[in-house]
Design a protein around this ligand. Structure first.
Ligand SMILES: [Zn+2]
Length: 248
């Protein structure tokens, strides 16, 4: 089988990896990593605000960025990682995402990287979590710690593919929790527990899943504060980065 471009199907030259030179050049980069406010960040923060409800308190704005727009043939990149066990493409684009974030004023101080988990039954069937493949590469580039088991799915959720924004938010509400043992270790970390958390996923659609994860971490922070651990939640930022995002 000849190696072909994931996007256009053209046979690759020896020096080309995953994409042909023309498709690499045309990668529809979002440039969101340069913009504190962008459609992805606005969607993410609007959901966080809604999740807070009455419980309003100051917390830093969550940054959000994706490497490229999820459109046309470029959808095949995350599909190759998610459904075809193409780890090499996941590592390649994860590394590129990490390098891009490191160049960004918004993300270079990230000190903790957390992949968004699959439910264990889905992970067991698939054998891996595609977000974790990306997260390890991003953490390495940023010089940050990676905690792949910090978040857990508390319950199974339906596939989000055919749900609208409201349906997605309801589907994932309360679906995540923080793993108590990893969490205790993390908040007691010396010299300081992490300040800038970065959630990682393959594709960002409405942000409902990322916002549900943000909420699980904020709840764990509240519990940690009431247990008199020396952390200041109003200084902890929780951001999100993905390989791709749907254009809004
Ligand atoms: Zn191509």
């Amino acid at each position: 089988m000849p190696r072909v471009c994931l996007v256009c199907g053209k046979v690759l030259e020896a020096e080309e990896e995953h994409l042909c030179a023309a498709c690499w050049k045309d990668l529809p980069r979002t440039r969101y990593w340069k913009l504190r406010e962008n459609p992805m960040a606005e969607g993410f923060n609007a959901l966080i605000q809604r999740n807070m409800g009455e419980n309003v308190q100051y917390q830093p704005y969550g940054y959000a960025a994706a490497l490229y727009f999820y459109k046309g043939g470029y959808r095949e990149i995350s599909k190759a990682l998610k459904y075809k066990r193409n780890f090499a493409v996941g590592r390649c684009f994860g590394k590129l995402l990490g390098q891009t974030l490191k160049e960004s004023d918004l993300f270079r101080d990230v000190d903790l990287v957390v992949p968004i988990p699959l439910h264990w039954t889905r992970r067991w069937r698939r054998g891996y979590n595609q977000a974790e493949v990306i997260a390890w590469e991003v953490a390495r580039e940023l010089g940050a710690r990676c905690e792949p088991r910090l978040l857990q799915r508390a319950r199974h959720t339906r596939t989000q593919t055919h749900l609208n924004a409201e349906g997605r938010a309801q589907n994932v509400a309360g679906a995540f929790r923080v793993n108590a043992r990893d969490w205790r270790r993390l908040i007691k970390q010396k010299p300081a527990s992490p300040r800038h958390y970065l959630l990682i996923d393959d594709v960002f659609t409405t942000g409902a899943t990322a916002a549900a994860c943000e909420r699980a971490i904020r709840e764990a922070l509240r519990t940690a504060i009431s247990a008199r651990n020396s952390i200041n939640a109003s200084r902890i930022r929780i951001s999100v980065a993905t390989l791709a995002c749907v254009e809004h």
